[in-house]
Ligand binder design. Structure first.
Ligand SMILES: [Zn+2]
Length: 437
């Protein structure tokens, strides 16, 4: 027995030595990788304000041309690169990439820069006061066709500038809260007490109030970019407005850049906001009443001030930061538009999902208009402390409501191309992708 024990003890010692050697080898590889891998970023923007009168996107009832500009539209880019891996985040002051323009523009960008689909987040802020994008020569105004082509050229140029001008950076993130967005699914009762869900204001409905902010700074602390994510439609302005504007999110971007001396790029991203409108919604224009602060300016400023508050409170930034990305084109259970029921033999509805991680900050891009509860579930299931859920990203597939809302219906459910099972599948897939990063 004693000799057996001794042999057993020796074996254990050998195993411990081997494991220790393996561990120290792994650690040294990790350390040397960390030492050589440097997170770099480039940030820039380009003006995309239309120079000619254009048809405007977002309301079918608005048929005339734009009349003047209240505030400029921009495309803002932050490109991260580390150890040969990259992710390019583009925030564009447009409604979104509808009418086939998503595939058209993404293809052009991906080919130009030999990027993988997972490396590009092409996002719209969903302002309803920007030009309609189109590539359809038959159905639209030549000015809109020209605008879309110009936008393509500008996106390629601005991405080239961001990718070509990266330098070592440190990054950090923090969270604030903002009351600008309100749930818009309002319960109405008619004279016979029959109920319906109408677009309005439901102050008791679920609303993701989080303002996620990422600070990107040079190693000496000088900021180069502030990315923020907030769940609201940019629909302070309604179909009677004919003035070009970034609306709430665009005005918040402009406010942050103005306060932070104009050289810091502040891309805003629309969070899961399919059922969230600004507190003041669908107004006919910018009020010029003496003493009145126009609502889009007021709400954009409230959001912008919170972004700056959070940004100024980010004391901890870190160097390094591994980049990982993932992309999947899902085929989800579909349903006919304008119906709440699933019909048999309905073809699947397509949806692009993109996920990326830069250090310990995660991004999920969803190619449709996601209702707020879905975004909150993805954040709750994410293994990361800070997860940007970005809607209108790499696609424009329409509304994606959670299953329980199919019982009460309403605009988002009726106009959705997805059947009620789709949302759970998207949450599951997004969380899976986050865990695999
Ligand atoms: Zn919308």
């Amino acid at each position: 027995m004693p000799s057996l024990s001794l042999s057993w003890f020796r074996q254990i010692c050998e195993i411990v030595i081997v494991v220790t050697v393996c561990l120290s080898h792994t650690t040294s590889i990790a350390q040397s990788k960390e030492a050589t891998a440097v997170l770099r970023a480039g940030a820039t923007r380009v003006d995309i304000t239309p120079q000619k009168r254009v048809k405007m996107a977002g309301y079918g009832s608005r048929t005339g041309f734009s009349e003047g500009v209240h505030d400029p539209l921009c495309a803002r880019v932050v490109a991260f690169e580390n150890d040969g891996k990259r992710v390019v985040l583009v925030s564009t002051d447009v409604l979104g990439f509808y009418n086939g323009t998503d595939e058209y523009l993404r293809k052009a960008i991906l080919e130009e820069f030999e990027m993988k689909p997972s490396e590009l987040f092409l996002c719209g802020i969903h302002t309803h006061s920007a030009p309609t994008l189109t590539i359809d020569k038959e159905k639209t105004d030549p000015n809109n066709l020209e605008y879309t082509e110009l936008l393509k050229d500008k996106l390629i140029k601005v991405i080239r500038r961001a990718i070509g001008d990266t330098s070592p950076v440190h990054i950090g993130a923090a969270v604030g809260y903002c009351p600008v967005g309100a749930n818009r699914r309002e319960l109405k009762l008619d004279s016979s007490r029959a109920s319906s869900i109408e677009l309005g204001r439901n102050p008791y409905g679920p609303t993701d109030k989080e303002v996620l902010v990422v600070k990107v700074a040079e190693p000496d602390g000088k900021p180069i970019a502030v990315l923020f994510d907030y769940a609201t439609h940019s629909t302070c302005l309604g179909p009677k407005n004919y003035t070009i504007s970034g609306d709430v999110l665009g005005l918040a971007e402009q406010f942050v850049e103005k306060i932070l001396d104009g050289n810091v790029i502040a891309p805003g991203f629309a969070g899961a906001s399919g059922d969230i409108d600004p507190w003041f919604r669908v107004l006919p224009g910018f009020s010029t009443e003496p003493g009145w602060i126009p609502e889009p300016v007021l709400l954009g400023t409230v959001l912008g001030e919170e972004v700056v508050h959070v940004f100024r409170g980010i004391a901890k930034v870190s160097a390094g930061g591994e980049i990982k990305t993932g992309f999947i084109a899902l085929g989800l259970p579909g349903k006919p538009l304008n119906e709440t029921d699933v019909k048999k033999d309905c073809p699947p509805a397509r949806l692009n999902l993109t996920a990326a991680r830069v250090g310990d900050i995660a991004f999920v891009g969803i190619g449709c208009e996601v209702l707020t509860e879905i975004g909150m579930r993805i954040k709750a299931g994410s293994p990361y402390k800070h997860t940007f859920v970005i809607t209108h990203c790499n696609g424009a597939a329409g509304y994606l409501p959670p299953a329980h809302l199919y019982i009460e219906g309403g605009y988002e459910v009726k106009s959705s191309p997805f059947a009620h099972q789709a949302a759970d599948m998207v949450v599951k897939q997004a969380v899976k992708m986050l865990h695999e990063l």
